[in-house]
Design a binder for this molecule. Structure first.
Ligand code: ADP
Ligand code: UVW
Ligand code: MG
Length: 394
């Protein structure tokens, strides 16, 4: 018996779970959310109790300190040395990492150097790695990459139509993200549908603060909406998703911004739901304001839904039809409003939501029995996938 902790740093959150392994028993888990927003919330569940603390948490380094402090203060563990394994979600592995690896000084450096491919994420992932390697010098530390699952994409999907030299010399290509989540919910969907994953065509929609859709055939990622970095694809909490690259020099010329990284920073951090609503990046806030009559929040909601519908349309084409669409992550798991708005607009494709199943706490199939393409809600478990990978190195 030994304890392993999985650390999942997202753009707005830090999720962790401490497991007794190999039993996969969850000893305690935590969710630090709304990082960087007013009223961040830290929730720890342990021994049947739930502690919820609301306070400003400015960045992921602060979130990691809170987590470490809680482990001892809440008596979840007596000594840090009880933790013999740590698994770290790393968003970008580039072409260097196609599977999980043991973290050495060299690997930690490489992950840091890959930050250009995930500027909101890899630096946060690295801060968790450094903190835990310093705290637990004798534990097994493993990096689990979001991009690994997408390494099966064919060139027709992962190449950009730019001159070949950019790929050949600089590896400019689509890498995707959220791979552990897409993989996990695809496997679960096969269980729900009662068919082998090998025989299924699925569209998985991981919709959180960051979000991506993946076309999965026979359990393999064949296309995904995130790109060279997690800026691409659907509209997100603070990110633009897809847009015409010509906008960049145009905005620079019009506004007088001279540093291109400033524009990219605006596209990463001040756009998406936050940019259109001028209110919040958080879908709960958007829905509340829309319902209260706020027009900008309503437009933000509608644009968000529109972009997801378009990717579903694309992937129905890429897969030449699909057996099911799976919703997961913060918004996909929790917002029946978002799910309904998306599916109601796709009835021509044989999608039909069952309102009595599309409710708070939905889990499993939420489409009607006659729907040609099934719709499912499956809570993701990136932490479990990460922890299982740590065990392979122990
Ligand atoms: N009950 C809910 N209704 C609507 N949206 C929700 C609900 N709970 C969480 N969300 C949304 O989920 C998003 C965060 O998703 P999450 O997967 O945790 O993000 P991250 O990308 O940081 O991992 C936020 O936009 C939040 O508003
Ligand atoms: C890659 C990415 O956007 O991750 P998250 O949704 O956790 O921010
Ligand atoms: Mg996430």
């Amino acid at each position: 018996m030994s304890k392993t902790i999985a650390i999942n740093a997202g753009s707005s959150s830090l999720k962790w779970q401490l497991y007794e392994m190999p039993e996969e028993t969850v000893i305690a888990k935590g969710l630090i959310e709304r990082i960087g927003l007013p009223e961040s919330v830290s929730t720890v569940s342990f021994a049947g109790d739930k502690q919820v603390v609301t306070k400003a948490i400015h960045n992921h380094t602060e979130a990691v300190s809170i987590l470490m402090n809680d482990l001892k203060a809440l008596k979840i563990i007596e000594h840090f040395s009880e933790i013999t394994g740590t698994g770290h979600r790393v968003v970008a592995g580039g072409e260097l990492f196609n599977s999980s690896v043991l973290i050495t000084d060299e690997v930690a450096k490489q992950i840091e150097e890959l930050s250009d491919l995930a500027p909101l994420h890899n630096p946060a992932n690295v801060s968790g790695i450094h903190a835990f390697r310093a705290l637990l010098p004798n534990a097994t530390h493993v990096a689990v990459f979001d991009t690994a699952f997408h390494s099966t994409m064919p060139p027709v999907a992962f190449r950009y139509p730019v001159p070949n030299a950019y790929y050949d010399q600089y590896a400019v290509r689509k890498y995707g993200a959220h791979g552990t989540s897409h993989m996990y919910v695809a496997q679960k969907a096969a269980d729900y549908l009662g068919k082998p994953l090998d025989d299924l065509k699925l569209i998985t929609a991981h919709i959180g603060n960051g979000g991506s859709l993946t076309a999965i055939a026979g359990g393999k990622s064949i296309d995904t909406s995130m790109g060279f970095t997690p800026l691409a694809g659907i509209m997100m909490g603070t990110r633009t998703g897809e847009l015409d690259a010509s906008i960049i020099p145009y905005i620079m010329a019009k506004t007088g911004i001279t540093d291109v990284s400033e524009v990219i920073d605006i596209f990463n951090k001040k756009s998406g739901l936050a940019g259109i609503s001028e209110l919040s990046s958080d879908m709960r806030d958007i829905i509340k304001s829309r319902d209260a009559g706020d027009e900008k929040a309503a437009l933000a909601f509608d644009m968000f839904v529109d972009r997801i519908q378009k990717y579903i349309g694309q992937y129905l084409a890429v897969l030449n039809g699909a057996d099911a669409i799976v919703f997961t992550a913060g918004i996909g798991e929790n917002s029946f409003e978002v799910r309904k708005a998306i599916i109601d607009g796709l009835s021509w494709f044989g999608l039909d939501i069952d309102d009595s199943k599309n409710v708070v706490g939905a889990d499993g199939i939420i489409s009607t029995p006659n729907a040609k393409v099934k719709v499912l809600v499956i809570p993701t478990d990136e932490e479990l996938v990460i922890t299982r990978d740590v065990e392979k190195f122990k």
